[in-house]
Design a protein around this ligand. Structure first.
Ligand SMILES: C[S@@+](CC[C@H](N)C(=O)[O-])C[C@H]1O[C@@H](n2cnc3c(N)ncnc32)[C@H](O)[C@@H]1O
Length: 223
C-alpha cells in the first residue's frame, strides 16, 4: 500500500479496510445499493469495522437496526452477534427491502436470526417493543426522525444498552459548515440532529463519545 497513490486520511482508511476483502454477500449488498441508486449511503469499510467491533465487544444478543437499505451494515452487526442472537432490521422502502431480503436469504441463519421488518420505523418500533428489552440499536434511518428513534431506544434498551448512530454531523451542517453538502439539509433536520447530539452527550443519561468518521458515529451506553 506504501507505493499506492493515497492522498488523504479517508482514502488511506478505505484502502486499509478495503471493500475487496468483503464477503460475497456484502459485495452483493453494495452492488444492490448501486442498483437502487443509493451507492454512497451504506456504511464505509472503516465505519463498518468499528460498528462490528463495538457490537461484539458489548456482547449484544438482541439488536435493532433502523435503516436496512440493502443489508450491508446488518451483515456487519449480524456477524458480531453470538449464537442464539436476534437482529431486527427496519426498512421503509420496498425496493430496498426486496434487495436486502435477497441478500439475507443467502446468509446462514441456523444459529442466529435476522428479522427484516418492513414499514415506517416509528410505527414498527412500537410493535417491536414487545420483544424487548434490547441490548443495542444502530440508528441509520430518516434523519428527521432521529429524536423519535432515541426516545424509543431510551425506553426499550436495557440499562447499559448500546446506542450507535450514524451521520450525526449531517455533513457538517450541525456546525454551520458552508459547504454545498452541508447546505442540502433542511433547518428541521439540522435542529433535530443538534437536539439528538446534545441528548446523547448528556452525561446524566449516557456515557458517550463520538468517533469522528467521515459522517460522524455516536457511541453511547445508556445509564
Ligand atoms: C443510510 S440508509 C441505511 C444504510 C444501511 N444502514 C447500511 O449502512 O448498509 C437509510 C435507510 O433508511 C431507510 N428509511 C428512511 N426513512 C425510514 C423510515 N421512516 N422507516 C424505516 N426506514 C427508513 C431508507 O429507505 C434507507 O434505506
Amino acid at each position: 500500500m506504501r507505493d499506492s497513490v493515497l492522498s488523504n486520511k479517508e482514502e488511506y482508511l478505505n484502502a486499509l479496510f478495503s471493500n475487496e476483502k468483503e464477503s460475497e454477500t456484502k459485495k452483493l449488498s453494495r452492488q444492490y445499493s448501486e442498483e437502487v441508486g443509493r451507492a454512497r449511503i451504506s456504511v464505509s469499510p472503516p465505519e463498518s469495522a468499528l460498528i462490528s467491533l463495538l457490537v461484539k465487544m458489548h456482547g449484544c444478543k438482541k439488536f435493532v437496526e433502523i435503516g436496512t437499505l440493502t443489508g450491508l451494515s446488518a451483515q456487519y452487526i449480524f456477524e458480531s452477534l453470538p449464537e442464539g442472537a436476534e437482529l431486527w432490521t427496519l426498512e421503509k422502502e420496498p425496493a430496498h427491502g426486496d434487495k436486502a431480503a435477497q441478500v439475507f436469504a443467502k446468509i446462514d441463519q441456523s444459529k442466529k436470526k435476522i428479522h427484516l421488518v418492513m414499514g415506517d420505523a416509528r410505527e414498527e418500533l412500537e410493535k417491536l417493543s414487545a420483544q424487548g428489552p434490547f441490548d443495542g440499536v444502530f440508528i441509520d434511518g430518516n434523519k428527521a426522525a432521529y429524536m423519535d428513534y432515541l426516545v424509543w431506544a431510551e425506553k426499550n434498551l436495557r440499562k447499559g444498552g448500546l446506542i450507535l448512530a450514524d451521520n450525526i454531523f449531517l455533513s457538517g451542517s450541525v456546525w454551520n459548515d458552508p459547504s454545498e453538502q452541508a447546505q442540502r439539509f433542511s433547518d428541521k433536520q439540522v435542529r433535530i440532529l443538534r437536539e439528538f447530539n446534545e441528548r446523547l452527550a448528556d452525561s446524566e443519561l449516557y456515557q458517550s463519545a463520538i468517533a469522528p468518521t467521515q459522517e460522524g458515529l455516536f457511541i453511547a451506553i445508556k445509564k
